[in-house]
Each structure stands twice: as structure tokens, then as C-alpha cells.
Ligand binder design. Sequence first.
Ligand code: AMP
Ligand code: MG
Length: 413
Amino acid sequence: MISVIEARDTILAQVSLLGTERVDLFSALDRVLSEDVYATRNQPPWDNSAMDGFAVRAADTLSASQSQPVIFKIIEDLPAGYRAKNKVEAGQAIHIMTGAPVPEGADTILRSEITERLDHRHIQLSQPMAPGTDLRKVGEDILDGALLLPVGTLIRPAEIGLLASTNRSVISVYRKPRVAILSTGDEIVDVDDEMEDGKIVDSNGYALSALVMDTGAEVVRLGICPDTQEALEQKLREGLSFDVIITSGGVSVGEYDFVKLALDALGTTMEFWKVAMTPGRPLAFGMIQDTLAFGLPGNPVASMVTFELFTRPALLKMQGYSNLYRRTVRAILLEDINKVLGRKQFIRMQLQQRGDAIYASRTGAQGSGILRSMSLADGLAITHEDQIHLKAGDEIEVMLLGGFSDLANNRNC
Ligand code: AMP
Ligand code: MG
């Protein structure tokens, strides 16, 4: 048997970045930048007002007090988007709007609230002001020529804004993997097919497709393949135009488990592992020509958990992500749990936040066919191979599953 970490590291060592493509700004959301982006100008481009108010010379305000206010004459109204026509001289003010360039001569802004209007051309001020008050300095956000976003940056809404601010409407990002999903088994039928006796619906094909989409990759379902080596080899060949093929089922050592044979017949570097984990265990991984192949187990929970541990990090690495793993939290166990010695068990957990602490309890029965346990789960407790008894009150590590935003309200949004 191979450990989870060994299997994962062996897989990731064989995964390389995909190529790059140029996309428009909106298509760049949640993608990874594949070029360094430099600032093309200062931001702000010039000193500008941070407030609606009056641009004046700070020196003129120094003698201002409650008993002896200073009076300014308003010489111009300046909206954002325009330069002042006049220079601010002693005793003068320009009525300025937020974002407008600070006029020549002025070095401070009096926000409207601290001034008193005497008439439509005069204001008075009852306090001294430091130079630079309520003024945004040229380049305080971004300096011209600075490295703004390095290669490898994940593009979130803030980065979309930054790219737009440097006039970049097209941007180079790493390509999305194209992933083919193949479900196997004589008993498997598609979601709208007639349900004859003995058949079950291809829930794996859909759950795995959704997991692939959740990584940002593109997915195509190759459908359902019966348990014969010829049919499987033919379907796998169809998958060779994709970056990744994921199969589910047929990787055990049963009489009808032909996926191993078919993968082996086509693949040059296939590895067939018994991974020391629950749920999961049988797993195939390797390259078929230039296509990465994952043979995941058929049991619905096992296929999702092995995807989470092995396939998801690979798909993220191909897209340029450096953070490949789900976030984990420390939680306090609410019940005693016995586990199998020698296996890393991933226990489906519900989490509750109480004060500063997070508490974890099982979702119920943990069979690898019980798909509802994944639906109920906020995360997977990560146990160690050498543990047997976990006790109520123990601190455990829980890997959060996707879509998790608020501990208290995961399923009640
Ligand atoms: P296998 O690994 O092919 O022996 O399958 C193990 C279990 O998972 C069996 O009970 C299968 O019926 C079930 N299974 C296999 N493929 C799927 C699928 N695509 N959707 C739902 N269940 C499946
Ligand atoms: Mg099967």
C-alpha cells in the first residue's frame, strides 16, 4: 500500500503547467496570470482632492481660530475631470469636487463640513490646517513602472479593477484544462434513462463533473461505458484529445474491473495503487500519451474524496495555482470515534461554530456508498494512519469542502 501523501506527491510531480492564452478582462476572473503586469502611469496620475470642499494654501489657515476665523474668496468651481483655470493665490479658494486635480498654488483641502459659507463667493474657516490634508498624492496607490501583478497572481475582482486601471482589456492567463469524464459499469444508466431493475444512476459522472467545473476547468462527459475491455479502450481513446481523463469504477480487482486492463493497454506509465486510506483505496494514475489519466473508484463517496485529494490539486497546478489544497480548520470532536489502524481515514463531518471554537460531529454512517454523507458534510476530518481511537474533546484537523463560506450557515444560505 502507498500512503496518501506519497500518492499525491507522485501525481503532482508529473503534472505540469498548461500553456497560456489571451482572454478579455471578464474571462480572466478566477484565472491565473501568466505575464508580469507593470503600471503604465502613476495612480493617481496627479494630486487630487479626497473630499468635496475647497482647495487653499495651508499657510493662509495658520492664524484661523474660533474667535478670529479666516475668510477665503471662492474664485472658481472645479468638478472632477477638469483642470482649474486659475492658480490659487493668498486668501483665495477653489471650490473642488472629489477626484479633481488639486489646482496650482493650493496644498490642502478644506472639506465642506469644516467651513462656513458666508455668501455664494465667500467661506470662513475657524481652525488651522496642515498641508496635505484630504489630498491624495500622485502615485500613492501605484507608481509608474512598478510591477503591479506578478506571474502567478490569482485574478479576483480587485485584480480585474487594477488591470482595467492600467488599460489592459486583454490579458494572458494559463489555459483551463479540458477534462473528460467516463463512468463505467454495466449497471450504470444516465439521469434520464429508463430505470430497469438492477440499474443505478450515474451520480459519479455528475458529481465529478461539478467538482471539475469548480476548479475552473472545462468538462465533457464521455458518457457511460459497459464493463468490457474493448469498449473501455475505445472510450479512453476518445479521451486522448483532452488534457485529463477521469474514470470512475472498475479499478478494483473484481472479475468485471476492466478499467485497469484498458488503462494499462493504452498507457505507458500507469500506476495502480492501493492507497492506505478510507474511503478510496484503489486508484490508477498515469499518462496516456499527453493525457493525464485518473482511474477513481466507483463508490460515490470514494470517487469524490479521491478527486479532492489527488485530482483537484493536479487540475489547480495545471492552471498555475500555487495554493493547491483546501483550507483546513482545527475543530473539537464531539464524539468518540474508532478507526482502522494503518489507514488515513477521511471522516465526513458537520461543523458548528460556538464562540471562538469549532466543534465537529460525524454526518452519520460513513459507508463509501452513502453519498448523502457528502451532502451533509462541511468538511473531511483528516486522521493519521496510526490512530485507532479518537475521543470526544480531541482536537482534529478538518479539510473544508467546496462552497463553504460560513460555518454556521453552510446549508442554509
Ligand atoms: P466499482 O468500483 O466499479 O466496483 O463500483 C463500486 C460501487 O460504486 C458499485 O456499487 C457501483 O454500482 C457504484 N458505482 C460505480 N460507478 C458509479 C457511478 N458512475 N455512479 C454511481 N455509482 C457508481
Ligand atoms: Mg463497476
